[in-house]
Design a binder for this molecule. Structure first.
Ligand code: ZN
Length: 152
C-alpha cells in the first residue's frame, strides 16, 4: 500500500507554490479521504474530479462528476448546473497538489464574482487526491460511462 503510493507520487514532480497555498487558504479548505467517505453519503455533497485522461483508465470515486482541468474554466457554468442543490463541492485530481486546488480556486473566484447564486457554501479539496484515496483502500468505481451513476 505504502510502496504503491510512493511509486505513483514519483510520476508527478510538481509542487504547490507557497503563493498559491496562501491565496487558497481564503475560502478553499482541505478534507481527508476518511472525512470525505463519511461526508459523501449526504445528498448535498458533490465530488468533482478534474483529472484529464487518467480518469478513463484509472478508476474514480463513485458518483463523482468529471470536469477535466484542461477545459475547466470554460465549463464552470456547466458545473454550476450539474451541482444544483448541492452546498458542498469537493475537488480532486490525481494527487490534489496542482490541478485540484487550482480548479477549486477558479470555481471559488467565479462564485465570488456573484453572477450566479449557486447556493454553494463549502469548496474543498480532497487531500492526496484520487491516488491517495485508492491507495488507502477506499471504494473505487470503474464504470465506463461518461456520467457515473454512482451505483457501481
Ligand atoms: Zn462510476
Amino acid at each position: 500500500m505504502f510502496t504503491a503510493a510512493i511509486k505513483k507520487s514519483t510520476i508527478c514532480v510538481c509542487q504547490i507554490s507557497p503563493v498559491l497555498a496562501a491565496t487558497m487558504a481564503k475560502n478553499v479548505s482541505f478534507i481527508t479521504g476518511s472525512e470525505l467517505l463519511s461526508l459523501k453519503e449526504r445528498s448535498n455533497v458533490a465530488i468533482v474530479d478534474v483529472r484529464d485522461d487518467e480518469r478513463s483508465h484509472d478508476g474514480h470515486i463513485a458518483g463523482s462528476l468529471h470536469f477535466a482541468s484542461d477545459t475547466f474554466q470554460d465549463r464552470i457554468p456547466n458545473l454550476v448546473q450539474a451541482a444544483k442543490g448541492k452546498d458542498t463541492l469537493v475537488f480532486h485530481c490525481a494527487l490534489s497538489q496542482v490541478r485540484g486546488p487550482k480548479c477549486a480556486r477558479r470555481f471559488a473566484d467565479y462564485l465570488a464574482e456573484g453572477k450566479v447564486d449557486a447556493g454553494i457554501k463549502n469548496i474543498m479539496v480532497l487531500e492526496r487526491g484520487y491516488n491517495g484515496w485508492e491507495a488507502s483502500g477506499k471504494p473505487v468505481c470503474r464504470c465506463r460511462g461518461s456520467t457515473c451513476k454512482g451505483g457501481c
